[in-house]
Design a protein. Structure first.
Ligand SMILES: NC(=O)c1ccc[n+]([C@@H]2O[C@H](COP(=O)([O-])OP(=O)(O)OC[C@H]3O[C@@H](n4cnc5c(N)ncnc54)[C@H](OP(=O)(O)O)[C@@H]3O)[C@@H](O)[C@H]2O)c1
Length: 340
């Protein structure tokens, strides 16, 4: 008798290596990834990482681009599973679970997910299961790929400011990756927004229903923004100036540095530094809160430009020029990135 033929889905389950993964799609041994060399970012074929205990392997469909990608140089990493991950840049992914390590019970192969990872600019990425959030069903994978870093940062800015309905809230850098999310998150809390952004970005911000606009390249910003209930700062080097916009008893929340504690105390302002999460929450909890906001229709990532994975260097260069609005996303799987 010849070998018994299995239907394809069963075959996919059967290829799981003993003791490592409980269920799996079919990750190949090699994957395409952007590798950071001494002088450049290059598309290379590298080993596909394997999930260790309590980890999952994500098949990446889209990956967001963030300033931290070029601020923090990636290094080669040995994962708990023993696989060696090449120096791959990027932190934001949306995709589906390919396989799960031992101990993972809340995710299974095929689940649509979003996560912050190490080595996002690749066809596969490994992450601890607790850091993963469900992909909001109303978003495409392309949109969800922009969520983790800038989304959580923008959401955390609004969460940290104790915003009450009807309050006037300044957002510094409102057209940026995090700032554009802070606009949605502050609006969801009933705030009226005064946004500081480059004059070239004002018509785009008007479409986001921003109530008042100030041009940091043309206006005297301090003369236009004063006595606000809260200032949410996303612009590098602007935290001290933003403190002056806030009334006594108000909040300055920043993802990019704060004035000294003495200055905050003298101004009678509560200063809050955001460090990658909603205050008091883990990265995973923060991302799952943001995922619910998106599912409820109160937050939609604003993608203004996409690039194929192979053009990661060009995407990064465009993001760094300062001409970008909202988010830039790398399309890792063009056949799946537009799906919901
Ligand atoms: N602490 C955290 O958890 C956390 C999380 C995410 C990001 N970050 C950091 O936060 C910063 C912003 O991140 P991002 O992803 O939002 O970057 P981004 O997409 O580059 O946005 C920054 C925005 O700030 C604007 N801007 C620059 N100078 C300004 C000024 N003087 N006044 C008003 N707006 C100004 C920029 O406008 P132009 O386009 O005109 O330059 C841009 O729209 C980066 O330094 C990033 O590394 C921190």
């Amino acid at each position: 008798m010849g070998a018994m033929r299995m239907p394809l889905p069963l075959m996919a389950l059967a290829v799981v290596s003993a003791g490592v993964a409980q269920s799996a799609l079919c990750a190949p041994e090699k994957m395409d990834a952007i590798v950071q060399t001494a002088t450049a970012m290059q598309l290379q074929s590298v080993d596909t990482p394997k999930p260790g205990a309590n980890q999952i392997l994500i098949k990446v469909y889209a990956a967001g681009v963030n300033p931290v990608d070029w601020k923090r140089r990636p290094t080669q990493t040995t994962l708990p599973s023993g696989s060696v991950l090449a120096p791959i840049p990027g932190y934001d992914v949306a995709g589906v679970v390919d396989s799960v390590g031992t101990g993972v019970t809340n995710w299974k192969a095929g689940d649509a997910v979003v996560s912050r990872v190490t080595g996002a600019f690749a066809q596969y990425a490994v992450v601890n299961a607790e850091e993963v959030a469900p992909k909001p069903r109303r978003l495409t994978f392309e949109q969800a790929g922009a969520m983790p870093i800038a989304g959580v940062a923008g959401f955390a800015l609004a969460e940290g400011a104790n915003i009450q309905p009807g309050q006037r809230v300044a957002i510094i850098g409102a057209a940026g990756g995090a700032g554009s999310v802070a606009v949605d998150a502050a609006h969801a809390k009933g705030a009226k927004i005064i946004a500081s952004a480059h004059s070239s970005q004002h018509s785009w911000l008007k479409e986001q229903r921003v109530e008042e606009l100030v041009a940091y390249d043309k206006d005297n910003v301090a003369a236009r923004i004063h006595g606000v209930d809260a200032a949410l700062n996303t612009a590098d080097g602007q935290a001290d100036a933003a403190l002056g916009y806030v009334k006594r008893g108000g909040y300055l929340v920043s993802i990019s540095g704060l004035p000294t504690a003495d200055k905050c105390t003298a101004a009678g302002v509560t200063c809050v530094q955001i460090r990658g999460t909603v205050p008091g929450k883990t990265q995973g909890e923060s991302l799952r809160m943001l995922s619910r906001l998106a599912e409820d229709g109160k937050y939609t990532p604003r993608i203004t430009k996409t690039y194929p994975l192979a053009e990661a260097a060009a995407a990064q260069q465009f993001a760094r020029t300062g001409d970008s609005m909202g988010k830039i996303v790398l399309i890792v799987d063009p056949a799946k990135s537009k799906a919901h």
